[in-house]
Write a protein that binds this ligand. Structure first.
Ligand SMILES: [Zn+2]
Length: 321
């Protein structure tokens, strides 16, 4: 059984009518998962995504992130049932599964991209941990986090528990310590993480991204180079460099100014005022968080709330529960 560890709030139709709801997706998948791959529901099923998009097309006022910025600039109120569609990370399935549906239904969306991952066989560090734990032949492992911990890996439930512990340690650890844990994990599990082991691990190419960017419906934003947590850099110069390089790489390849960004992980402790100041200095006009919630007219553009339908059981906010 997969436990739901997200303490999500749900909203009634009056709340949703008067607020801006920003939907946050990572992937839309048509592939079948093996073992604990995608256990969190980070990639939602393509039919379910079609259902959700059809619902908002019929019942909501869909805004692009540029329209959201414009509404805030003019100090106007959100239109009734305002919704925006956002994607984080840059997975290949955004291009293959999500974009055709958005295109068919004429729905604007933004894709926040980890530019260092594009056109590569690199994997996100969270996916590397998942792949190591999923494919290991070991029944148990012992790994040094804060202290040395033993995990039994005899069932999917035990694997999910180990994965959750290792991931949450890495999410607050300095980037260098996280790298050390990843190396240790590869050695201990005897698994070399590979993007080829699951379709949902694969990233877009620059051609995919260029073709999304050429579509008037779609906007591209930054999301750091490799999904390192922005507030976890001990040296703030490294965080500044990450922002500059990740945006610069997108601008170089897309030949366009990038003015949107979103924070990796995006919970309260994953970004701070220094990050926001640096983004503003880099001409970024909006960077939503991934904190669960809907937005009243007071929420500022660098702290917008979002909702992740499907992730750890989070419901689509417009469904009656
Ligand atoms: Zn992300």
């Amino acid at each position: 059984m997969i436990r739901n560890n997200t303490n999500f709030l749900t909203y009634n139709s009056e709340d949703l009518k008067s607020h801006l709801t920003i939907l946050l997706y990572h992937g839309v998948t048509a592939s079948t998962s093996i073992g604990i791959e995608n256990y969190s529901g980070k990639h939602i099923n393509v039919d379910e995504f079609y259902r959700q998009m059809s619902y908002i097309k019929e019942n909501c006022n869909i805004l692009s992130m540029n329209e959201i910025v414009e509404i805030k600039r003019k100090n106007e109120k959100w239109p009734a049932n305002a919704v925006a569609v956002t994607f984080d990370d840059g997975f290949k399935n955004n291009y293959e599964c999500a974009a055709p549906i958005l295109n068919k239904l004429n729905i604007p969306a933004i894709f926040y991209i980890c530019s260092g991952m594009i056109d590569s066989k690199k994997m996100f560090w969270v996916d590397k941990i998942e792949d190591c734990i999923n494919r290991t032949k070991k029944n148990a492992i012992e790994i040094l986090l804060d202290n040395s911990l033993k995990f039994s890996l005899k069932s999917n439930e035990e694997k999910i528990e180990a994965l959750a512990k290792i991931k949450s340690f890495c999410k607050i650890a300095d980037v260098k310590i996280k790298e050390r844990v990843l190396k240790d994990l590869e050695l201990i599990t005897e698994v070399q993480p590979a993007a080829s082991s699951a379709k949902n691990y694969q990233m877009m190419s620059w051609d995919d991204l260029k073709s999304l960017n050429d579509n008037q419906l779609f906007t591209i934003g930054g999301h750091t180079l490799y999904h390192d947590i922005m507030s976890a850099h001990i040296n703030e110069e490294n965080m500044f460099k990450d922002i500059e390089l990740s945006i610069g790489l997108l601008e170089f390849n897309l030949n366009e100014k990038i003015i949107h960004f979103s924070y990796p992980e995006g919970q309260k402790h994953h970004y701070n005022q220094k990050v926001i100041r640096k983004l503003k200095n880099s001409k970024i006009v909006c960077s939503p968080s991934a904190i669960h919630g809907i937005n009243d007219n007071e929420t500022d553009l660098f702290n917008l709330f979002r909702i992740m339908p499907g992730f750890m059981g989070t419901p689509f906010p417009f469904d009656k529960i």
